[in-house]
Design a protein around this ligand. Structure first.
Ligand code: SF4
Length: 339
């Protein structure tokens, strides 16, 4: 069967079985590139199910690129709160400003221009151009890699065969229906050709797939597991005589930048005689790091630099990461040190 026929089979399957999603329109490019831009940022490293309610709230508050570009950074973070990976929120906000200031509010359609925006790599650029402008850019993510490796029985470690995967993905791609094809292959990976227990009998490509029915199917693609690095540190909930809590804004670089936090570090930040040990630990898993923080409380008027004391009920006005929310919940549950 020709590659063109394979892509037609997939498109027919998608027309009948593709998911209905708030950022998706079947039958061509989405008429509003802003919708695609926001959804692409939100979907980086986050599942569709998690993204939907955040996407709906975000679009209601920031309905277009102008509103987002003019918004204050903390409000953008507040609407992102809970989605994690906050650098994405910052990059999306900056991207909106670049599109307004450097492109006169017109979404770029050249890949080289899209790659100049913030937080957009090869994958997001290709996905954005396919979905927003129906341009046939090969969208290659974990789903596509899995499907291609299984279809063609590619058993070598993925990192060694990326050019081959890319070539095959390009050959399969529909030139005329790029937007639908990009959505279709994503849905095939999410619904049918899943990492565990793929539903080959329902797959439009089952008669042409080398791995169909093979025992080793779940081991394809051949991926080296990246082990998560473990890090440990201490976090401090500091309360003053007015019962206010100390928070600070994280410096503008790296993990959790721009968000508020209780002071924490991999080193001890305060002399031990000032700290009460709660014997509680809070762990959180980031992309490649597992961070475990030991919780201490301090009841004193010491004021570390670069932060403010706020009343506990005011904490919700500030954007905190999921990790810091866990710290606060743990603090509240710890009756001995409760407010
Ligand atoms: S037949 Fe099975 S393994 Fe092959 S592409 Fe379809 S779902 Fe994946």
């Amino acid at each position: 069967m020709s590659k063109k026929d394979l892509s037609s089979l997939l498109l027919n399957w998608y027309n009948k079985n593709g998911r209905t999603l708030p950022w998706r329109i079947k039958g061509g490019a989405h008429p509003n590139p802003y919708i695609i831009l926001v959804s692409e940022f939100m979907l980086q490293q986050t599942t569709v199910k998690t993204v939907i309610p955040y996407f709906m709230r975000f679009i209601e508050r920031f309905p277009n690129i102008q509103t987002l570009a003019q918004a204050n950074e903390e409000e953008v973070y507040a609407y992102w709160q809970g989605l994690g990976y906050y650098t994405r929120a910052k990059s999306l906000h900056q991207t909106a400003q670049i599109i307004m200031n450097d492109f006169g509010g017109i979404f770029p359609q050249k890949k080289a221009d899209v790659l100049k925006l913030k937080g957009i790599g090869e994958y997001t650029a290709a996905s954005f151009l396919s979905l927003a402008f129906n341009l046939p850019e090969p969208v290659i993510d974990g789903n596509v890699i899995r499907i291609i490796c299984r279809m063609y029985g590619l058993l070598e470690p993925v990192e060694k065969i990326i050019p081959e995967i890319r070539k095959k993905a390009l050959e399969l791609q529909s030139l005329k229906h790029a937007a639908d094809y990009a959505s279709a292959i994503m849905d095939l990976g999410a619904l049918i050709c899943t990492p565990k227990k793929p539903q080959c009998l329902l797959c439009p490509w089952k008669n042409f797939c080398i791995s169909q029915g093979k025992e080793n199917i779940e081991q394809i693609p051949n991926k080296t597991k990246i082990s998560k690095k473990e890090k440990f540190g201490s976090v401090y909930v500091i309360r003053n005589k007015k019962q206010e809590i100390f928070i600070r804004k994280r410096i503008e670089k790296g993990l959790l930048s721009g968000l508020y936090e209780f002071p924490w570090s991999e080193e001890n930040l305060f002399p031990l005689h000032l700290c009460q040990d709660t014997n509680k630990e809070i762990s959180h898993i980031f992309t490649h790091i597992k961070l475990t923080l030991h919780l201490f409380t301090i009841h004193s008027d010491i004021k570390p630099t670069n932060g403010i004391f706020v009343q506990p009920e005011e904490l919700e006005k500030y954007p905190f990461s999921t990790l810091m929310k866990k710290v606060w919940q743990t603090y509240l549950k710890n009756k001995k040190h409760n407010l």
